[in-house]
Design a protein around this ligand. Structure first.
Ligand SMILES: [Ca+2]
Ligand SMILES: [Ca+2]
Ligand SMILES: [Ca+2]
Length: 415
């Protein structure tokens, strides 16, 4: 999030650079011909993962030395510290022109989506640099009022589950449950690997497995901050996921129905920043993966034959609630799976790393150590998600090879 005292910006490293800072040139990821990602117990490095893009909070450009505000600008990153401007959604929506902030991004056919859903691919994620915290754990003698608390941009950070992960400007991982003990986490991409100059304060959207160079850009689905206001004549009263083509993909009403189907009515929960919003309007998508295989890739379709439909995995922004026994309507670290064929009522929590990414897991495992919050109690808020495997392999050239590798590899169709 964006509001910080100056001293905290310095502590987070943003102003640590000299005035002569310059963006490190983007170096394309070298690949075997037709490379595709494959899963396995190992964890591929960021530098070997192709087609990487991120969004900063607030949105930034790499031009002019980097770090300048540029709403709706996506940044391609090479994993060695180099970066360059990629997609810019500004001006792409005929029905909703305002230059809001991008807070989630995905491709319509995210590679390794199925493998992540099936706990075979590793989850990579980032979390927000601003959460709502309480003076004490709610329910243990009264939590008092919530207040915004900044979270460090760089790790190592320690959470209640004993996990040691990266900061808000970094990308962390959780290994696939197929290959590792439950909830095995760590840091995947430190700040200097995401962008060496200036170091990112808050990575708030992530997309990988696009074309090289990453500046080509394939994050053709995205969300804006905040969904409820992200509408207009063509966008309706609120849009949670937009198409690069400029049309709405998933409405805010659909997302609100999906979230409340699992967490119940929002009740007294509120979105305290960037603008105070209550009720269902507070529900704001801030992390996204998409698997659109049915019909028009710009329409969230159910399968006309009764099978699984288009699907998304998403997270929402944290919603504190003073009246909730645990202090949060949503911690923001719940990960939801929505299938268009099942509709919002069929929404489930993602099962990954051998556990559900539900409210209980966030409360048990993702309370940030009070050492990082001046002694206050708070839960981290996931704000970017993606999937990686063990390595990349050449695209299979024959049907036989396709069959051999089908269980371990996936390729992304483009359309
Ligand atoms: Ca982040
Ligand atoms: Ca959003
Ligand atoms: Ca579709």
């Amino acid at each position: 999030m964006m509001r910080y005292p100056l001293g905290l910006l310095c502590a987070g490293g943003l102003l640590a650079a000299t005035p002569l800072q310059a963006t490190i040139p983007y170096k394309p990821v070298a690949l075997p011909p037709g490379a595709i990602p494959a899963v396995g117990p190992g964890l591929i490095s960021p530098a070997a993962t192709f087609g990487k893009e991120y969004s900063h909070d607030v949105d930034q450009s790499t031009a002019g030395g980097g770090g300048l505000a540029d709403p709706q600008q996506i940044i391609a990153w090479d994993g060695l510290g180099g970066a360059a401007d990629g997609l810019d959604y500004s001006g792409t929506r005929p029905g909703y022109a305002p230059d809001d902030q991008v807070d989630a991004a995905a491709n319509h056919n995210d590679a390794l989506f199925r493998q992540l859903r099936d706990d075979l691919a590793h989850l990579v994620f980032s979390h927000d640099d601003l959460i709502s915290t309480y003076p004490a754990p709610p329910g243990a003698g009264g939590g008092g009022a919530f207040a915004p608390t900044p979270i460090p941009s760089f790790g190592p950070l320690v959470t209640s589950g004993g996990h040691v992960i990266g900061g808000a400007g970094e990308i962390s991982f959780e290994r696939a449950g197929a290959y590792a003990p439950p909830a095995t986490m760590g840091t995947w991409a430190p700040q200097a690997a995401v962008n060496g100059m200036p170091l990112p304060r808050d990575v708030d959207a992530l997309e990988v497995w696009g074309p090289e160079p990453g500046t080509t850009g394939d994050a053709d689905k995205y969300s804006l901050q905040v969904d409820f206001f992200s509408g207009g004549p063509a966008g309706g009263p609120g849009t949670s996921v937009w198409n690069l083509s400029g049309t709405p993909y998933i409405s805010h009403a659909t997302i609100a129905a999906a979230v409340t189907s699992l967490l119940g009515p929002v009740g007294s929960g509120v979105l305290p920043f960037p603008t105070f919003i209550d009720g269902d309007d507070a529900i704001n998508v801030d992390a996204l993966m998409v698997l659109d295989t049915i019909g028009d890739p710009d329409a969230f379709d159910r399968d006309p034959n009764g099978g699984p439909g288009d699907q998304i995995i998403f997270s929402i922004q944290q919603i504190p609630d003073l009246t909730d026994p645990d202090g949060y309507y949503a911690t923001g670290s719940e990960l939801f799976v929505l299938d268009a064929s099942l509709g919002p009522a069929g929404t489930t929590y993602l099962r990954h790393g051998g556990h559900l990414w539900d409210h209980s897991f966030a409360l048990s495992d993702l309370v940030i150590s009070p050492n990082f919050t001046d002694g206050r109690y708070g839960v981290l808020d996931i704000n970017a998600i993606e999937a990686v495997g063990e390595l990349v392999v050449p695209e299979p050239a024959s049907v036989g090879l396709v069959a051999t590798l089908a269980a371990a590899a996936v390729w992304r169709r483009r359309g």
